[in-house]
Write a protein that binds this ligand. Structure first.
Ligand code: UDP
Length: 506
């Protein structure tokens, strides 16, 4: 009979969506799995690989069995501009379908690669949005484990929302309570993710394929930790026959400052030293860090309210400003109104990419104004920092509900409706500078509610750190996942050798 495969003979194939906020957690996950002794192969394209090379090289030098394989991305053939290998670089949402077409073209070369790979692939950890990996996993008779970047809380919300939608029970207007959840979560249709509240460009057919592939997957890996949302983890696990592994907070697998500073992209601050000096010059828990993730954009009118709101709060702040297409009006306003000059004694503008995890881990940070992307949400929780929530798109309103109503470690700015990506101009100013200032003060205030939020945030931050330690829940989840794959492989080999014997006999 075949014997149990050694850890290093298990080869976990990690296939992220080519989008910055999916590449970041899946690269962390690749490192985390390799830290547990298995071989990990990360499949991506040259320009995306370049963002992670330094950090992966460090991991390899430290003895981890991790490698990156690069496949040519046929951008032009799919109708995308040459060199457009990342969804964040696609010029507008009209290119979404072409992007999916280019991703689909990766199936054939990936399968060719897997056929020749040593050690043989043991499972695919696939981004939910790369749906063809379901077919690939079937061909190779290996498990496909899905990562879709959401929490168990959101998974359970989505589950209930799908049932409501299929029964035509989603109210068109007014708030309603999402059924069958451990907490009372109220929301409006306008705040729901695009699955239930589509934008101008419908991608329902693509979503349906993704969902169908997800439904028949072997299991799910989630960037969360058990203690953060135990009731929701239990519910989701029950729904998925026990095959849910909580591997987060993934950002905590980056132990050295260089890995934190270079995570996801090259930081655009001139020198990390200067950033550190700036942060060191402030009292503990006094600075507000404001960032809308890798994709979130706001109009110049809404930016003005954000900037004035930060200024009006009186707290020192770091404000991350996107660069590139469409940002000129914002830069115009900043210079014409002398905003940067006027606030330079206590405001720092970072244009481009901020080393977010490094910033959040600095003791001077006292509040995080976030668009509630799940990565940013977990990173804020891990850093023990209370948050000011300003959800924009996707499932961000659900993440906000989780932070404000379940964890009670955040205050919202009261945005009312989803601002679909690429459709920002269609939406009026939703949030005034006064509301931004009030929400910041509420969170930063050391006396009243703010104090309670801070205490809860700090407790959760401690719990997050404990989860990734040697005897923590995340450590246990990684071990259990690896064991599950080891057993699957053993059973598969037994089945194959049995089939060979049968063939020989008959
Ligand atoms: N991020 C960063 N620096 C930036 C902007 C974003 O490091 O200037 C990282 C952030 O730490 C997080 C990811 O990009 O890991 C954003 O993911 P999230 O899910 O929060 O939002 P999305 O980009 O999907 O809207």
């Amino acid at each position: 009979m075949p014997s149990k495969p050694a850890l290093s003979d298990l080869n976990f194939i990690v296939i992220p969506l080519l989008s910055t906020s999916h590449l970041i957690p899946l690269t962390d996950m690749a490192k985390l799995l390799a830290q547990h002794g298995v071989t990990v192969t990360l499949v991506t394209t040259p320009l995306n690989a370049a963002r992670f090379t330094a950090s992966i090289d460090r991991a390899v030098r430290s003895g981890l069995l991790i490698r990156v394989v690069e496949l040519q991305f046929r951008a032009k053939e799919a109708g995308l501009p040459e060199g457009c290998e990342n969804q964040n670089a696609a010029p507008g949402l009209n290119y979404r379908r072409q992007f999916v077409a280019a991703i689909n073209m990766l199936q054939e070369p990936t399968e060719k690669l897997l056929r020749e790979m040593k050690p043989k692939p043991s499972c695919i950890i696939s981004d939910a949005y790369v749906a063809w990996t379901a077919e690939t996993a079937d061909k190779f008779q290996i498990p496909r484990i899905v990562f879709d970047g959401m929490s168990c809380f959101t998974q359970m919300c989505m589950h209930s929302l799908y049932i409501m939608r299929d029964q035509n029970q989603l109210p068109e207007s007014g708030p309603f309570v999402i059924p069958d959840l451990p907490d009372r979560i109220e929301i409006t249709k306008a705040q729901l993710p695009g699955h239930f509240n589509p934008g101008a460009i419908s991608i329902q057919d693509i979503r349906d394929k993704i969902r169908a592939a997800e439904e028949r997957s072997f299991g799910f890996v989630i960037n969360t930790f058990e203690e953060l949302e135990q009731r929701y983890v239990d519910k989701f696990r029950k729904l998925k026959n026990g095959r849910v592994w909580c591997l987060g907070p993934l950002s905590l697998c980056n132990n050295d400052d260089l890995d934190k500073a270079q995570r996801g992209n090259k930081a655009s601050f001139d020198k990390d030293d200067n950033l550190k000096k700036w942060l060191d010059s402030w009292q503990p828990e006094s600075v507000v860090y404001a960032c809308f993730g890798s994709l979130g954009r706001i109009t110049v009118k809404q930016f003005v309210e954000l900037a004035l709101g930060l200024e009006g709060s009186g707290y020192p702040f770091i404000l991350v400003i996107k660069t590139g297409e469409g940002q000129a009006p914002i830069e115009d306003w900043i210079s014409k109104n002398g905003f940067e000059e006027r606030t330079k004694a206590r405001g720092l503008l970072i244009r481009g990419w901020a080393p977010q995890v490094l910033i959040l881990s600095h003791p001077a940070i006292g509040g995080f104004l976030t668009h509630c992307g799940w990565n940013s949400t977990v990173e804020g929780i891990s850093a023990g920092v209370p948050m000011i929530t300003w959800p924009l798109f996707a499932e961000q309103f659900l993440n906000e509900r989780f932070l404000v109503h379940v964890l009670k470690m955040a205050a919202g700015v009261g945005s009312q409706a989803l601002v679909h990506l690429g459709e920002e101009e269609k939406f009026e100013v939703q949030v005034s500078n006064k509301v931004v200032t009030d929400a910041i003060k509420k969170v930063m205030d050391k006396e009243k509610e703010g104090n309670e939020m801070r205490k809860r945030a700090q407790q959760l931050g401690e719990m997050a750190k404990r989860a990734v330690e040697g005897d923590g829940s995340t450590h246990l989840n990684v071990t259990l996942l690896i064991k599950e794959i080891q057993e699957f492989q053993l059973k598969q080999s037994a089945k194959n050798s049995c089939a060979k014997v049968c063939d020989a006999l008959f």
